[in-house]
Ligand binder design. Structure first.
Ligand SMILES: *Cc1c(COP(=O)(O)O)cnc(C)c1O
Length: 721
């Protein structure tokens, strides 16, 4: 980038009387004039993902361009605070971890100079925006484009036609530059051509409880897959014409979970159309694709009904049938037992559906889980048959997060302190942080770190007061549990612990409690009844606690509204204790845990996902680990788990849990709380009581919360760890 030219022009820009949106668009467009995508390399990696949870682009791009500081100063001279652009809301083209991972990979590829190209969907509406009404979550459409989209370029001349049996759709790319050592491109496709066509890029994860809903999901997934494959093949053909023998050597395609798995039959279809045989196309596909698994939760493993597929994508359905036949043949030849053949089958007879995960596993050159424990679990359970015969295909790639957004941008104060101690190289090569291992922090440095934390807390509290109307006074230890709302993540367990803390405090049992604040942030899927009940329940508890003037100087709760990437940046920088308390075996990796850790929070959590690797590196003795490990959970699942026995034996916990039904709190007669209570004590048609083993871990959780609270008093020790 011609940095000086950009800064010169910015200095000349007249800012008078312009609002945030206008300035945002003008300054961004000015920067875009000087950004040129790097030439596409011959060998490229492609990342296909149904979600990219990018967050605010403005600051991040200026940071990557190396002009954030100067822009801030120039604006200041002109009387504009750069924080003004916080009015520009995040584009949330993703749900949570999976989409944020995709965004971090894109960021890192550019930063270290790997030619990595992202493919996704340019949803008109991203993930809903969250409001609370009387403690209930309400969803508002996220019309993110109302702020303009100055960081994308519409590439009209590179549009493609995507064909379904009953309609044709234009896929029009919008290119976003990803800035670093290279400038890569994230290409998001918008569906156009008719009202029905536009629906395909209308919303993220449209409800799929009806047949029409399922068809729309299939259309979305195929739309993304076909547009990406069309683009990749076209770029290849520019170099090699119809000679596909270099295709696999020059292209790799990473499937971020199963949503883009249609890219496999689509590549085969396209190659066949160009005269390749099925066999040779299959062979190419087997070298090109890699697959990342993100979950073992059965409800999240995609299966597409063959009848539905035939209706709108008959050719793709035929190719999937052929892939299945080929898999069967090869499995037999390789000595899979009949059980193994069935378990690894791409087609699942009982469902009359294709398993997108098994299809991916059969084709993929490499398959990875997203943390060591998760990769072990998929080898042992989900994909055991394939692993028994093809161990070489399986790898672990623990999730990561980009330190540029999650440390540099989120916490410039701590970043400056790190620079001072170990130089700046960590901003690109995070391993540089290892230098801190050899290093014994002086009292002075620790004091500086404590000061930084204090400053980040002040900033966060000020923001919370403005955004949520909750005032948090004085010195506090900040506990944070921020992530999507899901039963396995066990926000409900934190709710019980918080309530118990309040009762114990009230009864004078916690004389020395360090004044604490519990931060929650989470969106629930709009149709996820229990998750919505948990949000309401936590909000009720918080209302009770915050209203009590006898205790609210020592204990406060906040459920932040509209938890998103920008909020996360503020919270991870300020928190002291990162709550990561999933049922062991169920959180594939987590990435929130890493963001907190790199900002100097300790992990209070279970041995699950990447927590395990985090505490291995950071020292188990320096973190707060509790609860059942995965093998114990698996044993309990087989039998002998007695949640009602636990409640009988622990009257204090019984009291807390009973507040779901004893009238302490109201869910406005909606039945949420009763249903939650039943899920814990009776179970449901599809699960036993307390399916996520909250009562196994609850008391240990509480004791650990108190332990970290007590230890926090020795501040220098606490942070030295
Ligand atoms: C990092 C992040 C997540 C993922 O958090 P986990 O704790 O790993 O589930 C979800 N949402 C947002 C906005 C994030 O920034």
């Amino acid at each position: 980038m011609e940095r000086e030219l950009f800064l010169q022009e910015l200095r000349k820009l007249d800012l008078h009387g312009k609002d945030a949106k206008r300035l945002y668009n003008e300054i961004s467009s000015l920067a875009m004039k000087y950004i040129q995508a790097s030439e596409k390399a011959k060998r490229c990696a492609h990342y296909l993902s149904i979600e990219f949870l990018i967050g605010r682009v403005f600051y991040n791009n200026l940071l990557e361009l190396g002009v954030l500081q100067e822009v801030s100063e120039i604006l200041k001279e002109k009387g504009v605070d750069i924080a003004l652009f916080e009015e520009i809301e995040d584009a949330a083209l993703g749900n949570g971890g999976l989409g944020r991972l995709a965004a971090c990979y894109m960021d890192s590829g550019a930063a270290v100079g790997i030619p990595l190209y992202g493919y996704g969907i340019r949803y008109k509406y991203g993930l809903f925006r969250q409001k609370f009404e009387d403690g209930f979550q309400k969803e508002v459409p996220d019309d993110w484009q109302r702020f303009g989209d100055p960081w994308s370029i519409r590439k009209e001349d590179e549009k493609q036609i995507i064909r379904f049996a009953d309609m044709q759709v234009n896929a029009v790319p919008y290119d976003m530059p990803l800035i670093g050592k290279r400038v890569n491109v994230l290409r998001l496709y918008q569906a156009e051509g008719s009202e029905n066509a536009e629906k395909i890029s209308g919303v993220l994860y449209p409800p799929d409880d009806t047949e029409d809903g399922k068809l729309l999901r299939i259309r979305q997934e195929y739309f993304l897959s076909a547009a990406a494959i069309g683009d990749i093949v076209r770029a290849y053909e520019k170099r090699h014409g119809n000679d596909y023998k270099y295709f696999a050597a020059e292209n790799s395609i990473q499937l971020n979970d199963t949503h883009p798995v249609f890219a496999i039959p689509e590549l085969i279809r396209v190659l066949q159309e160009r005269g390749q045989t099925f066999r040779s196309a299959l062979k190419i596909a087997k070298q090109v694709f890699n697959y990342t698994n993100h979950t073992i939760l059965p409800e999240a493993l995609e299966h597409w009904n063959v009848r539905l597929l035939k209706k709108i994508l008959p050719e793709i359905a035929d190719i999937l049938v052929k892939i299945n036949t080929s898999a069967k043949y090869i499995h037999k030849k390789e000595g899979y037992t009949p059980q193994e053949c069935a378990a690894a089958s791409a087609y699942v007879h009982s469902r009359r559906a294709f398993s997108m995960a098994n299809t991916a596993v059969f084709i993929a050159n490499k398959i990875n889980g997203v943390a060591e424990i998760h990769s072990e679990i998929i080898k042992r359970d989900l994909f055991a048959a394939e692993y028994a015969h093809h161990p070489e295909k399986f790898e672990n790639v623990t999730n990561g997060v980009a330190q540029r957004r999650w440390l540099e941008l989120a916490n410039p104060e701590l970043s400056a302190l790190l620079d001072e101690q170990i130089g700046q190289e960590w901003r690109v090569h995070f391993e540089e942080l290892n230098k801190l291992n050899a290093y014994t922090a002086t009292e002075e440095t620790l004091a500086e770190f404590i000061q930084v934390k204090g400053k980040k807390k002040e900033q966060l509290f000020r923001y919370i007061e403005k955004a949520e109307g909750v005032k948090i006074g004085g010195e506090r230890i900040v506990y944070a549990q921020v992530k999507r709302l899901h039963e396995y993540k066990r926000q409900l367990m934190t709710a019980f612990a918080l309530l118990r803390l309040y009762y114990d405090l009230k009864e004078g049992k916690l004389k020395d409690l360090t004044p604490s604040v519990f931060l929650f942030g989470a969106k629930s899927a709009p149709s996820y009844f229990r998750a919505k009940g948990i949000i309401k329940y936590i909000n009720e508890i918080i209302k009770l606690i915050n209203a009590d003037t006898e205790t609210n100087g020592r204990l406060t709760g906040v459920f932040v509204t509209e938890y998103n990437v920008s909020y996360a940046e503020k919270i991870v920088a300020a928190a002291d204790v990162s709550l990561q308390v999933s049922t062991a075996g169920l959180e594939a990796s987590g990435t929130g845990n890493m963001k907190f850790m790199m900002n100097g929070a300790v992990t209070l959590g279970t041995m699950d996902g990447a927590n395990i690797e985090i505490v291995e590196k950071a020292g188990k003795e320096n973190n707060y680990i509790f609860g059942a490990h995965v093998d114990e959970i698996e044993n309990l699942r087989k039998g002998g788990y007695d949640p009602n026995g636990f409640l009988k034996e622990h009257l204090e916990w019984n009291k807390a849990v009973k507040t779901l039904i004893d009238g302490t709190f109201s869910d406005g007669g909606e039945g949420y709380f009763r249903e939650l209570y039943n899920s814990l004590t009776i179970g449901a048609s599809w699960h036993k009581p307390d399916h996520y083993f909250i009562f196994r871990d609850l008391d240990e959780y509480y004791q650990t919360i108190l332990r970290v609270n007590a230890y926090y008093r020795f501040r220098a020790d606490f942070v030295a760890n």
